[in-house]
Design a protein around this ligand. Structure first.
Ligand SMILES: *[C@@H]1O[C@H](CO)[C@@H](O)[C@H](O)[C@H]1NC(C)=O
Ligand SMILES: *[C@@H]1O[C@H](CO)[C@@H](O)[C@H](O)[C@H]1NC(C)=O
Ligand SMILES: *[C@@H]1O[C@H](CO)[C@@H](O)[C@H](O)[C@H]1NC(C)=O
Ligand SMILES: *[C@@H]1O[C@H](CO)[C@@H](O)[C@H](O)[C@H]1NC(C)=O
Ligand SMILES: *[C@@H]1O[C@H](CO)[C@@H](O)[C@H](O)[C@H]1NC(C)=O
Ligand SMILES: *[C@@H]1O[C@H](CO)[C@@H](O)[C@H](O)[C@H]1NC(C)=O
Ligand SMILES: *[C@@H]1O[C@H](CO)[C@@H](O)[C@H](O)[C@H]1NC(C)=O
Length: 827
């Protein structure tokens, strides 16, 4: 009795207060409800819940917004579809039994309700995540939470996806307009009909944009350009749930993902500094031509870089359904197979298409525990199965099958967002495709043939080839509103660690047939790790480092991210076996073009300028901008790999460091490097610094401009090497005579002369005289006169004292030019 009186008094008091003041409360309970002037505030004051009226509107809504942010930003709305009028009073309260309701305070009509029940008392609180949660009194059981009913905003920790047991979906819906939070035309959801993928839909059926499916690392078609340290991503796909979430690495970052009333999905980050307090656009979903759903029709592939946007998946095997429409730029009809499928008993096979955004998976089937071979067999058995691929490219596992025409494919040229797909083909098409995956019987011979061919033609000087997926081609994150930047999975993750046997298997047990080349630290093999081509370096020497240190070092190196560096994909450390796994690059290395008569013309001046600048930027990053301060120590044309667009990518960086143990000091017992590129202080005294890399860079620049190798350079009139010759000619004002004669006259001869000067400045004898890389980058970009280079080092020296840099220099294995020398000095 006494208790209820007290309650009544309390109630009256609180009512009384409510009517007069704005109150901040922290809980809604049987005793406490929220009226129009109240705010329910989260414990640390990040979010608050209350009533608001969007600008220009006459209505009032119950919503949640950031408390501390000066721009009122609503992240959730309860009664978007059932607004209150500005005039009426409203109250949010818990009705027995356990139902959270929003009522018209004047007539008691319920405008919105959580539709929940609970036998005991319930309480509701706003969490610091922005989640309004109703639980039992003991906070044990969650009865209802706003995170389960997203509106137009995805906050960190919220789910997108589907609960497969209850059938509940979590998706975003746009507001009708900025004044009306009622659900508008667009939704952003995960399509779980087949293998999960992201879609933005207009209305019930019209797909505006599709991203995905999830491939273990990211959504297919999304590049990992946006390596960022702000968020981690997580995708769960199992029998009970499909859920995507992101979380913040640092609590101090304020970010949200929204879908606006025109269907654009964007990520925003709050910036607050002296100049501005605003939401800055961090990234946008889609927006490019190729992002329009299925713009190129079935079996078409959209090409961002091309003048002709839509091509057939491959014009050898596919033709436009209607040539006429195709030529009129109406691509919607897509393409059809040149040779129809007949499906006679497994005579058909599959052709592999590289690096695409996987087709629409709406009618796909998947099994995440199958491997690619089982996948192929399963697909082959069923005549309606059109293609297969891995579900998880990180582990090269899982099976994804398509049972319809392949729609909405994009070719990925300048990023790593794509993956490979195997498309069913009539047997006659397979015959014309010797390089591609045919039936098992012939594959070994094919591989053998290919590799033997490769061996004969080209092994000569690369000791590393990687894939040229051009990881960091587009602009890096943070440079404003770039396109396509989207979630890749937690990119801060550790470097994938593979078992030795997995990698060994992928390279055919390090079969000689798979060997690509060799370098100072070991042999390099080509491998296919379930669907993805890789280059595997098998480190040959026992490191002086402990395993953990080695692993840490490699992980550190794997975090070096730059568009001009080759990407380390993973590693394997078991016992004495240390393997580094890189992307495979079919286009090989710079020396293959530069010093080859026929191919050197492909490298026109524009490309050469671009390469010289790219190498400089990559090296600057290693020297200065990365966290590790790496001295490469073996920079040479063979270690510059080229991607599809001829962007240079430095390879083998950091290996010397990670592999050499305690060699961070400036003097080493072990000289790693290549004659012709080594600075005198390094080659002779083992002294190295960033300036020894600058020397190598200078040699490279001269080689790129002249098309000649420093070491094997010959001249009829004198004995100088290329460096000496270049200096001589420069000194005599005849630099133009140096330039590669296989090329057309440069449009900009001054620029070429400048490059020669920069090269000569880099190869000056004394390290102190050489510019550092940041200065080199500025010189390359700038104008105006440069300092006059002093006489370079190694002017004439061609033969080095051979006692401490012995054997390896004499082209020991086959025709390997420019072999890296690794020599451990006496101790
Ligand atoms: C709330 O109730 C009052 C009194 O019945 C009514 O005039 C008002 O229109 C109601 N408000 C809404 C939004 O329904
Ligand atoms: C509660 O039930 C009503 C009536 O079925 C429905 O319109 C409303 O959307 C439900 N509310 C919630 C939060 O699910
Ligand atoms: C599915 O994933 C969820 C979230 O990780 C987990 O709680 C659940 O146990 C999983 N279910 C199965 C069947 O693996
Ligand atoms: C199409 O396939 C042929 C082999 O049949 C191959 O040589 C060619 O490079 C492919 N074209 C494209 C654009 O991939
Ligand atoms: C398909 O294969 C089965 C067994 O392998 C064989 O009995 C059948 O005749 C074949 N059919 C055709 C059309 O080749
Ligand atoms: C998936 O594949 C594995 C391995 O082949 C098999 O054991 C399992 O039954 C398959 N699951 C489904 C649902 O087909
Ligand atoms: C082929 O796959 C489709 C789609 O999963 C299925 O409906 C059909 O039964 C399968 N056919 C055979 C012969 O397995």
């Amino acid at each position: 009795m006494e208790r209820s009186v007290a309650v009544l008094v309390l109630l009256l008091v609180s009512l009384h207060i409510h009517n007069i003041y704005t109150a901040e409360i922290d809980i809604i309970s049987d005793l406490q409800f929220l009226t129009e002037n109240d705010m329910l505030v989260s414990p640390d004051g990040t979010f608050e819940l209350g009533f608001f009226t969007p600008g220009g509107s006459e209505n009032r809504y119950l919503g949640i917004w950031y408390k501390k942010i000066s721009v009122k930003t609503v992240v959730w709305v309860a009664n978007g579809e059932a607004p209150l009028s500005v005039a009426s009073s409203a109250v949010l309260k818990i009705l027995h039994p356990g139902n959270l309701v929003l009522m018209n305070g004047t007539d008691g009509v319920i405008m919105w309700s959580s539709n929940t029940t609970l036998s005991g008392n319930a309480v509701a609180k706003l969490e610091d995540t922005g989640n309004l949660v109703m639980t039992d009194e003991d906070y044990k059981e969650i009865l209802w939470q706003s995170f389960d009913y997203p509106t137009d905003t995805l906050l960190p920790g919220m789910k997108l996806g589907k609960d497969l047991l209850t059938g509940r979906e979590w998706y975003l819906s746009s507001w009708t307009s900025s004044e009306d939070p009622a659900p508008g035309d667009f939704t952003f959801s995960i399509d779980t009909h087949g293998y999960p993928q992201n879609i933005i839909k207009q209305g019930a059926d019209m797909i505006k944009l599709r991203v995905g499916p999830w491939n273990g690392i990211r959504f297919s078609g999304v590049s990992s350009l946006n390596l960022n340290r702000l968020f981690t991503y997580n995708m769960v796909i199992n029998e009970t749930i499909v859920a995507y979430t992101y979380n913040l690495v640092s609590k101090s970052v304020v970010t949200r993902v929204t879908i606006d009333s025109s269907g654009d999905v964007q990520r925003w980050v709050w910036v607050e500094d002296a100049d501005a307090k605003k939401w800055q656009l961090h990234s946008t979903y889609g927006g490019g031509f190729c992002d329009s759903y299925n713009i190129c029709g079935a079996y078409g592939s959209c090409n961002t870089g091309n003048v002709q946007r839509c091509l057939c998946l491959n014009d050898t095997q596919f033709v436009p359904r209607s040539q006429e429409d195709w030529e009129a730029a109406d691509w919607s009809g897509g393409c059809v197979r040149r040779t129809q499928l007949s499906c006679t008993n497994g005579s058909e096979g599959f052709i592999r298409y590289f690096n695409v955004k996987l087709p629409d998976t709406h009618t796909s089937w998947f099994n995440t525990s199958m491997n690619l071979r089982e996948c192929e067999e399963t697909c082959l058995k069923n005549c309606t199965c059109m293609a297969y691929a891995n579900t998880n490219i990180k582990e090269g596992s899982g099976c994804l099958l398509w049972f319809n025409d392949l729609n909405d494919i994009t070719a990925i040229h300048d990023g790593d967002g794509g993956q490979d797909i195997f498309v069913r083909m009539a047997s006659s098409e397979l015959a014309a495709q010797p390089g591609y995956k045919n039936r098992k019987t012939s594959i070994m011979f094919i591989l053998l043939g290919v590799f033997l061919g490769v061996f004969v033609i080209g092994l000569s000087s690369t000791y590393f080839w990687y894939a040229l997926r051009n990881r960091h081609h587009a602009q890096p994150i943070g440079e404003g509103e770039s396109f396509h930047i989207w979630e890749s999975q937690n990119e801060d993750m550790e470097l994938p660690l593979f078992s030795f046997s997995t990698v060994a298997q992928s390279t055919n047990s390090f079969s000689p047939v798979n060997k690509l080349g060799e370098g100072g630290f070991g042999l390099v093999y080509k491998g296919v790790l379930e669907g993805r081509e890789i280059a595997v370096k098998r480190l040959s020497m026992t490191s002086r480092q402990g395993l953990d240190e080695f692993k840490n070092e490699v992980i550190c190196i794997s975090k070096l991210q730059h568009r001009n560096l080759v990407k380390l994909l993973g590693c394997s450390i078991e016992g004495d076996e240390k393997l580094l796994i890189y992307e495979y690059m079919p286009n090989r290395s710079l020396d293959m073009f530069l010093f080859d008569k026929a191919k050197s013309t492909i490298l026109d001046w524009v490309k050469r300028f671009h390469i010289i600048e790219g190498i400089a930027r990559g090296l600057l990053y290693l020297h200065q901008d990365s966290r590790l301060r790496i001295i490469h120590r073996d920079l040479k044309a063979d270690n510059i790999l080229l991607d599809l667009d001829m962007n240079p990518r430095i390879s083998d960086f950091g290996i010397a460091r990670s592999f050499g143990g305690n060699e961070t000091q400036a003097n080493t017992e072990r000289v790693v490097g290549t004659y012709g590129y080594m600075s005198p202080e390094y080659a002779l005294d083992g002294l190295f610094s960033t300036k020894s890399d600058v020397f190598s860079y200078g040699v490279l620049v001269l080689e790129i401009v002249t098309g000649k190798r420093n070491r094997v350079f010959m001249h009829t009139k004198h004995d100088d090497n290329l460096i000496g010759h270049a200096w001589r000619m420069h000194d005599e004002g005849r630099s133009m005579e140096l330039i590669d004669s296989t090329l057309d006259e440069p449009n900009d001869p001054c620029k070429v002369l400048r490059l020669i000067e920069v090269g000569l400045l880099c190869v000056q004898e004394s390290p102190e005289d050489r510019p550092d890389m940041s200065y080199v980058v500025r010189m390359l970009g700038g104008e105006g006169a440069l300092q006059k280079p002093k006489k370079p080092a190694f002017f004439t020296e061609r033969i080095l004292p051979s006692n401490d840099l012995s054997s390896s220099d004499t082209y020991p294995t086959s025709s390997t030019n420019g072999l890296t020398v690794t020599e451990v000095g006496a101790r």
